[in-house]
Design a binder for this molecule. Structure first.
Ligand code: FAD
Length: 408
């Protein structure tokens, strides 16, 4: 039988109100909100601090999310260093069509690479708010989360011993490959809705300055291409490819001509090329777990729902969940008010489903002309033209792109 030890020889508590699994944007935001409310918690993370502070992923944060981080004292560096984007550009039929969303709405997108946000959130939680975070843990297991005395155990990286922490709640923030989702979905009541786009994206990070001041969407018969500025030195690019494609099929000398062709627009300078720092194929799919909570286990972020990076929504949804979950747990544990916990799943899912629907819509736009179906190509171009001729269509797109609907 496995030997389980609370925390032998360690001053760390064997009981805390909340165990947070996963130190991504969701888990670290929940941890910070709890620390600010003087609620004790432990964050468990399988990777090292260095690894999570360098893992490249998202870069676009919606303005409402930045303001919510700011209200919680979590956006000082972001506000100082992030780029502010005011427009995006669709490139099709050999021309560029700029969509000035800030002019229409007064709102921005903030561009701040996910590793920088994670670095800020870890620093605030562990170094400034004195939060307990354990890196490099192995084989995390959830116990009795359908009772009111749950616990979490893990293998300590230093001793190899299994450690046990009793708690009141488990926040499952361990992303798409964690253990929390399968624990919750093993229960009868939970349902997982899935969608597979049947396409792949080659995700590239290039050591090259952006070739435009804004995000570019290349809608081309050869397939979609994207250009996303990340910093003055680094640009993310995407190329539509077959699902399951091997990144090795895309050497430097294939990537750049393909990007040039799919992002071509008359009157624009050629793309600035650079060394490819990251090259991997993402099979585009989505899922949503409903409800996002069961018993004392509450999911947040990619653990509960995945949104293919089509509309740059995943990290924004992870932050939205984390604000609601952190506030709801703090309200219950500090004041005994359970209204936030009771409405948590429903409140998250309204925005989740709205963003899922927008990703579907945008996927049709991105991939329609390359589908080989002249009917889909025709309707795709009609949608694109409507964005630039109908103020009502432009306003609806801007609202969804920026996540600014008044009610979700
Ligand atoms: P994660 O960031 O995945 O964090 C989960 C953490 O849990 C990780 O640190 C992981 O190591 C840890 N973990 C896993 N298993 C365990 C376990 N068993 N025990 C303990 N810890 C565990 N989103 C946007 O909003 N905008 C974008 O522009 C954007 N671009 C993207 C580009 C790419 C190429 C990719 C892949 C994603 C992109 N996303 C984007 C999505 C975004 O990165 C994710 O939605 C976001 O990271 C979700 O945050 P999270 O905290 O829920 O999960």
């Amino acid at each position: 039988m496995t030997h389980i030890s609370p925390h032998p020889g360690s001053p760390s508590p064997a009981r805390v109100p909340v165990v947070v699994i996963g130190a991504g944007p969701a888990g670290l935001t929940v941890g910070n909100i709890l620390r600010a409310a003087s609620v004790d918690c432990v964050v468990l993370e399988t990777e090292s601090r260095e690894f999570i502070e360098q893992r490249p992923r998202a870069g676009v944060i919606e303005e409402w999310a930045v303001r919510a981080l700011e209200q919680r004292g979590l956006a000082d560096n972001l506000l100082e260093r992030a780029g502010r984007h005011t427009a995006c550009e669709f490139r099709f039929d050999g021309s560029g069509h700029r969509f000035p969303y800030t002019q229409l709405t007064g709102r921005h997108h903030f561009v701040y690479p996910q590793p920088l946000l994670v670095t800020d959130l870890v620093h605030e939680y562990a170094d400034r708010r004195g939060g307990d975070i354990r890196f490099g843990v192995r084989d995390v297991r959830l116990h009795d989360t359908d009772t009111d005395h749950p616990s979490v155990s893990y293998l300590c990286p230093a001793s190899g011993e299994r450690r046990l922490i009793h708690c009141d709640f488990v926040a499952g923030c361990d992303g798409a490959r964690g253990v929390s989702r399968s624990t919750l979905t093993a229960r009868e009541r939970a349902r997982v809705a899935r969608h597979d786009y049947g396409i792949g994206w080659l995700a590239l990070l290039a050591e090259a300055p952006p070739s435009s001041d804004c995000v570019l969407f290349g809608v081309h018969p050869r397939g979609f291409a994207g250009h996303m500025p990340r910093s003055p030195e680094v640009t993310r690019y995407y190329l539509q490819c077959p699902p399951g494609d091997d990144p090795e099929n895309w050497p430097h000398e294939h990537v750049w001509p393909e990007l040039r062709q799919r992002l071509a627009a008359s009157g624009n300078p050629p793309l600035t090329e650079g060394r490819l720092l990251e090259k991997r194929v993402l099979d585009m799919h989505d899922y949503v777990v409903e409800p996002m909570a069961s018993g004392r286990l509450l999911l947040a972020g990619d653990a509960a729902h995945l949104t293919a990076p089509i509309a740059a929504k995943g990290m924004n949804l992870a932050l939205h969940d984390a604000f609601l979950l952190g506030d709801a747990l703090a309200m219950y544990l500090a004041k005994g008010d359970d209204s936030g916990l009771a409405g948590y799943s429903e409140a998250c899912l309204r925005r989740v489903w709205d963003y899922q629907e927008f990703s579907q819509w945008l996927s049709d736009v991105y991939h329609g002309t390359a589908s080989g179906d002249p009917y889909r190509a025709g309707t795709t171009l009609a949608r694109l033209r409507r964005l630039f001729t109908s103020p009502a269509a432009a306003a609806a797109f801007a609202e969804q792109y920026l996540g600014t609907a008044a009610h979700y």
